[in-house]
Design a protein. Structure first.
Length: 228
């Protein structure tokens, strides 16, 4: 799909990975709608990239419905997520808390995708790119079962839609990304801890993968794994 002139919604776009993706899509000529719960940071980022900000909590079906109805995107990047590093986790966490992690990382993207299908098809087709995580891969223990399960679900959700008519759905599953939070974590480590830590993935690498999946009309139900 040609990106220039297309309306692109990026969720969780106020900072970090979402901001980098929104910036890259704006550079490619997209009409970018940035969605986030952080109004101040979201509006600032929207001004920086030349896009439009919409406050939306992806855990709220009402917010997701309003976002998609307002934007009518041709490109949807389900980037909003998190909760994998903030204790307590399942089984110690309250069901409402671990349930909110599932809503943010899986139910929200699924609902946004479902709601975007009709406007995308009406405009001649569209592309959805889900941002998952390496936490959803493998069989080893993980600190946050709810986050790992949600990202695994997002990956499988993507692959099940490989033959969806009119809309292509793909996924990027990165490891540790070099966001502001990652930079702070690295700075707080001892030299030995830093040497043992995985190499963070540059933000541009994630944005490049998103753009490639949008442009390549042959990619359907495809998962790109980025390993630092």
């Amino acid at each position: 799909m040609e990106i220039r002139g297309r309306t692109a919604v990026v969720t969780g776009a106020a900072a970090g990975t979402g901001r980098a993706i929104a910036q890259r899509l704006a550079t490619e000529g997209a009409i970018v709608v940035l969605a986030d719960i952080d109004r101040e940071a979201g509006e600032r980022t929207a001004r920086e990239v030349g896009g439009r900000f919409v406050r939306a909590d992806m855990r709220s079906p009402e917010d997701v419905e309003a976002l998609i109805a307002d934007a009518e995107p041709q490109i949807l990047v389900n980037n909003a997520g998190g909760g994998g590093h903030v204790p307590p986790h399942f089984p110690d966490a309250d069901p409402d808390d671990w349930g909110a992690t599932l809503d943010l990382n899986l139910s929200g993207p699924m609902l946004a995708t479902q709601l975007a299908l009709e406007p995308m098809r009406r405009q001649g087709g569209g592309v959805v790119v889900n941002i998952a995580s390496s936490a959803g891969l493998g069989t080893e223990p993980y600190v946050s079962p709810e986050y790992g399960a949600a990202k695994a679900g997002l990956i499988r959700f993507t692959t099940t839609l490989g033959d969806l008519p009119g809309v292509r759905v793909n996924c990027v599953a990165p490891g540790w990304i070099r966001t502001e939070r990652a930079e702070e974590a690295l700075a707080a480590m001892t030299p030995d801890e830093r040497a043992a830590a995985p190499t963070p993935i540059p933000l541009d690498t994630v944005a490049d993968a998103v753009v490639e999946l949008i442009r390549d009309d042959g990619r359907r139900g495809h998962v790109v794994v980025l390993d630092g």
